[in-house]
Write a protein that binds this ligand. Structure first.
Ligand SMILES: C[S@@+](CC[C@H](N)C(=O)[O-])C[C@H]1O[C@@H](n2cnc3c(N)ncnc32)[C@H](O)[C@@H]1O
Length: 201
């Protein structure tokens, strides 16, 4: 199928996450500045990486699923986005500690499910739905530049206050910057930034 977002078109092969309300909420509210180096974690079809690439200097699109990387690469070509690199990685496993980003975007798998096959990993976030989110929060702060920010999508199913607390325990300022109610849940976009940077402004 083909998914249209603004003036972009994305081919979504079978088994790759078809962009939904969560994808659109993140894409609609992306905060990217000129010159930014952006990491799109869990790139799926490439929607966030491709939208971000219009403003960013460079984007790294990462996903655990090699078929998602192929889809993102093809969609980037189709949308004439040339400043994107691609990497297969289980979260930060294949991202060196010296690779730092101005923006780290993540629309994670967040539904409670223990399914582990590659296709299910698009939405299955472990028993509580928080497994991948919690692992991400441990490592993402280590990959931020001094002005770096995390833009993380979560659901009411993930207990957003606990996610905010976990980010604050990593010495980040974290707040909800956008939200949307859908039929069985509410979606939240969290923006988390280094406290040091906020104080020095
Ligand atoms: C909800 S989809 C989001 C796709 C796309 N970014 C969007 O906004 O529509 C989650 C994506 O995260 C990827 N993913 C799941 N677990 C991952 C992990 N441990 N490391 C990297 N990517 C992962 C999935 O393969 C899937 O492409």
């Amino acid at each position: 199928m083909v998914y249209y977002y603004k003036d972009y078109a994305f081919k979504i092969p079978a088994g790759i996450y078809e962009p939904k309300e969560d994808s659109a909420l993140l894409a609609d509210n992306l905060r990217i500045e000129k010159g930014d180096y952006v990491l799109d974690m869990g790139c799926g079809s490439g929607i966030q990486a491709i939208v971000a690439s219009r403003k960013a200097e460079k984007v790294l699109a990462a996903d655990i699923n090699p078929h998602a990387i192929d889809a993102a690469r093809q969609n980037a070509q189709m949308n004439k986005a040339e400043n994107i690199e691609y990497r297969i990685s289980d979260l930060f496993e294949n991202i060196n500690l010296d690779e730092k980003f101005d923006q780290i975007l993540f629309n994670p798998p967040y539904l409670p499910s223990e399914e582990k096959d590659l296709e299910a990993l698009a939405w299955a976030g472990g028993t509580t739905g928080r497994e991948t989110i919690d692992r991400f929060i441990v490592d993402a702060p280590k990959h931020l530049t001094c002005r770096g920010r995390i833009q993380l999508l979560v659901s009411s199913l993930n207990h957003v206050d606990d996610v905010l607390k976990a980010l604050r325990e990593k010495e980040l300022e974290a707040e909800i910057v956008a939200r949307e109610k859908i039929w069985f849940e509410e979606l939240y976009l969290i923006l988390a930034s280094s406290k040091k940077k906020m104080k020095s402004i």
